[in-house]
Structure formats: C-alpha cells, structure tokens
Design a binder for this molecule. Structure first.
Ligand code: SAM
Length: 252
C-alpha cells in the first residue's frame, strides 16, 4: 500500500510574521516576503504557505489575493505549538561582517536561545548591527523550521556582563589556553552560556576576571586553535549533543 503523503507538504514556503496568529486571522504581507511569494515563487490565490509568529507556533495559511506588492492570506489551520528551546546562550566577541552573519545563521539553526555580542579588550569591530543579525536568524529559523526565534541582545562590555552574571547559569568559557573538554562540562545541569573570545583572544586580565565568576568553567575545544566562528559553532554543537535537544527527531 502506498504511504500516505505528509500533510501539509513539508516543502511549503515558510515565513515568520510579527502579527500574533490565530484561526481565521487575516494576514497581509508586503515588501520582501510578498515579493518572495509572488515574484520569486510565482504563487497565486489558493496556494498554501506556513507562517509562524514566535508566540503561538506554526500555522497553515492560504493566499486569498496575490498582488505584486501585497499578498493577503487567511489562516486555515494550526500546525504546531511553539517549541521549547534548550536554554543555551551564545556570547561572542564580534568579528567582521560576513563571519558574524554566518555565526548568527548557524547558531540559530543549531538551536540556541539567545545571541549576545560581548565587547572585549581585543574586539576589533566597534559597531554591531543587531537588526541585521536578527534578520539572519529569522531567515535561518524559516529554513530550519524553528517555531521560536532566538533572542537578540544588545552588545555589552565584558566587565558589565560578568558583574551581573545570573546565579543559575553556567558560564562555559572557551579558553584557548585549555580547560575541561566542553562535552564533559556541558553535562552540568541547568541553563548555560558559551563565551567565545575575539580573533586576538582574551587578555590575561579578562581571563582572570572570567575565572573569578563562580559559575564559570574554562572549557577546551581540542588541541587546535580554532577561528572564533568555528569555535562558536563547534561549542554549540557539543553542548546541544550533550545537554540540548539533539536526541529528538525533526518535528515535521
Ligand atoms: N589569538 C588567540 C591565540 O592565538 O591564542 C586565538 C583566539 S581564537 C581565534 C578565538 C576564540 O576562539 C578564543 O578566544 C576562544 O574563545 C575560542 N577558541 C579557539 N580555539 C579554542 C580551543 N582549542 N579551545 C577553547 N577555545 C578556543
């Protein structure tokens, strides 16, 4: 007997919307999302798409009217609740544009709960475009089928971050001078954050200040010195496999 095809098909276009969604709600898309649906995908009235709002989960919507600049849709069914997200923050010293965008995209796909730029002594980038990073995370969430977006924090100085460090959160500090293997440190229960230094590394004073935080654990990512972006993605992957939700199958 032929297998019953999945409904709705997993190949439907999937978009994030700011509007809080509910059954039968009318949704209007303009600008880039409307252009994508009508001019790129050539969808017309009657076509279906998936929408998610980061609050109520994922919904099936039908296009009612497909104008070149404006698309009207109606919500027809609730597909999934908003997912629980593993409580892992990525704290990273900003690096140059292409690579920081790549970190945002991949960190979202891998499952983080928050992305937080941290300004250290050797950080060479003085301005972080949080809106652009959030846009990259939204695009990644649309593609990887997340129903919950990672939070985007404003940049914060390392000293301020350490002063206000939450008592219940483990601080896994990727130290190129060595530490506990990250996969072992991730086994410590509770919310966690991974801290990755800039291309020039942490200064000795910064390393001392971080180690003075009671929740801080210096962790190693092996014998090679990784680029900051590689270190961030490797560290998230190790944590997710040890303490995150990688034991689950894809939700579609
Ligand atoms: N310039 C530094 C040096 O030569 O020692 C290297 C800095 S590395 C490019 C950027 C950041 O990635 C480091 O601050 C650290 O957080 C992380 N990192 C890279 N390789 C690592 C490793 N093997 N173990 C732990 N952390 C590492």
């Amino acid at each position: 007997m032929p297998a019953t095809p999945a409904w709705p098909p997993s190949s439907l276009p999937r978009l994030y919307v700011e509007q809080v969604l509910e059954q039968n709600a009318a949704v209007t898309l303009e600008g880039a999302p409307a252009n994508y649906l009508v001019n790129v995908l050539r969808l017309t009235a009657g076509a279906q798409v998936k929408l998610f709002d980061d609050r109520t989960g994922e919904w099936l919507a039908e296009i009612i009217e497909a104008g070149r600049k404006r698309v009207a849709l109606r919500i027809v069914a609730h597909l999934r609740e908003r997912e629980p997200v593993p409580d892992l923050w990525l704290l990273f010293a900003p690096i140059k544009r292409g690579r920081i965008d790549w970190i945002a995209e991949k960190a979202c796909e891998l499952g983080i709960a928050r992305l937080a730029p941290v300004l250290t002594r050797r950080t060479i980038v003085d301005r972080v475009n949080c809106e652009r990073l959030r846009a990259h995370m939204i695009e990644a969430a649309e593609q990887c089928e997340r129903t919950a977006l990672p939070q985007m924090s404003e940049p914060v100085k390392l000293e301020a971050l350490l002063q206000d460090w939450p008592a219940d959160r483990n601080l896994l500090f990727a130290d190129e001078q060595g530490g506990e293997p990250l996969a072992a440190a991730a086994a410590k229960p509770g919310p966690a954050a991974i801290l990755i230094g800039p291309e020039g590394g942490f200064t000795d004073e910064e390393r001392t200040a971080i180690r003075a935080v009671p929740q801080a654990v210096p962790v190693s990512l092996g014998p090679r010195i990784l680029r900051a972006d590689t270190a961030a993605i490797a560290a998230i992957s190790l944590w997710m496999a040890a303490a995150g939700d990688w034991g689950k199958a894809p939700t579609r």
